[in-house]
Design a binder for this molecule. Structure first.
Ligand code: ADP
Ligand code: MN
Ligand code: MN
Ligand code: MN
Length: 348
């Protein structure tokens, strides 16, 4: 039986890119994915480069439309036993990275010296289920549910909408072998979160994009998944992608000092960071709903109204990580990771 590999790439949609994929039939000689224990060790030479029509994804002009898909990470395909999901980077015909290829930018930052910091990332991806007719799942067709309060980590038909999709996504992301760390229902009805990491920036970001594809694919028959940072207007929480970040120095004894220094450096580059944190951050970072206004910067221990929160346990043990709460649910993790590394490693 031939093995099927689903090649996944990030498109050129503006201002928020989406994910695309197409299926490649691989030779019988490729081992089935179910024989692999740790997907981070998959031999990427099993997957040849491939192409796509960049003029249909806002990544090339019609008269010179070929883009190159270069495999960079893979996991098991939970929808096709034995198959693979293959994350790719997009290149132009002349071999240069496509302008939409922010993974190449992250690689460049690591090669410029950031790799020495041995940084780990943990992303908290929030998302919202949407009815095909427009509203968030859990919102009545012409109106609003009761105010926020019972929905976060809730249970019961009055509090939770879409449990079966949430559970199926959980099972699929585990079966895929992704580095997922946890799952929870969120503050707004129809809204939930999963966490990826902690691991190095490239791996964690690759797995987040693979997880986004799996989530959309899992929900496909029933609902749409939105990464809109402010999916409902009014007194409803937005959707973020809190980014937990540490360097080796922060994780070792006395690392609190390195965390403090990083917070100061990041604060000095407030707008440079926001520019990489996803479209329409202004709608979400209002200073309400567990956010700090995008116009301000502050950091604090256990402070969920700050731009950066340092967890209480980190302050108590004097080492660990920081949480940048500003990235939007629609942010590109490659861009967020590259910006944090550039700032904290003083690379520009
Ligand atoms: P919150 O309390 O903000 O909801 P979560 O439990 O949802 O926190 O997410 C915390 C994330 O931080 C997890 O993805 C976890 O893997 C990640 N994390 C833990 N330790 C580190 C670390 N040293 N460096 C980077 N990320 C880390
Ligand atoms: Mn969380
Ligand atoms: Mn959350
Ligand atoms: Mn968080």
């Amino acid at each position: 039986m031939p093995i099927l590999a689903e090649y996944i790439w990030i498109d050129g949609a503006d201002p928020t890119p989406g994910v695309r994929s197409k299926t490649k039939v691989l030779p019988d000689s490729v081992p089935v994915s179910t024989s692999i224990d740790d997907v981070t060790t998959i031999d990427m030479s099993l997957f040849p480069e491939w192409g796509a029509d960049g003029s249909s994804t806002s990544q090339a002009e019609g008269r010179d439309s070929d883009i190159i898909l270069k495999p960079v990470a893979a996991c098991r395909d939970p929808f096709r036993p034995g198959g693979y999901l293959v994350m790719t980077e997009v290149f132009n015909a002349d071999g240069t990275p496509n302008r939409t290829n922010y993974r190449a930018g992250l690689r460049a930052v690591l090669e410029a010296g950031a790799a020495k910091a041995d940084a780990w990332f943990g992303f908290e991806q929030e998302y919202t289920f949407f009815h095909f007719n427009g509203g968030p799942l859990g919102f009545p067709i012409n109106g609003y549910p009761g105010p926020q309060g019972p929905y976060y980590c809730g249970v019961g038909a009055m509090n939770i909408a879409g449990r079966e999709i949430y559970e199926a996504f959980m099972a699929n992301s585990i079966a895929a072998g992704l580095l997922v760390a946890g799952f929870n229902w969120e503050v707004m009805p129809g809204q939930a979160e999963f966490q990826v990491g902690a691991a190095d920036g490239l791996t964690t970001s690759d797995h987040l994009w693979l997880a986004r594809w799996i989530l959309k694919r899992t929900a496909e028959p029933k609902v749409e998944v939105s990464f809109d940072p402010k999916p409902a207007q009014g007194d409803w929480n937005g959707a973020g992608m809190h980014t937990n970040f540490s360097t080796a120095a922060m994780r070792s004894d006395g690392g609190f000092k390195a965390i403090e220094e990083a917070c100061v450096l990041i604060g000095e580059r407030r707008q440079d960071h926001l520019d990489e944190y996803g479209d329409n951050y202004q709608a979400r970072l209002t200073g309400h709903h567990e956010t700090c206004s995008w116009r301000e910067f502050k950091w604090g221990v256990a402070d969920r109204t700050a731009s950066i929160r340092v967890p209480r346990s980190v302050a108590d043990t004097g080492k660990g990580y920081l949480e940048d709460r500003r990235p939007n649910a629609n942010a590109d993790p490659y861009r967020v990771a590259a910006r944090l590394l550039k700032t904290v490693c003083k690379l520009g």
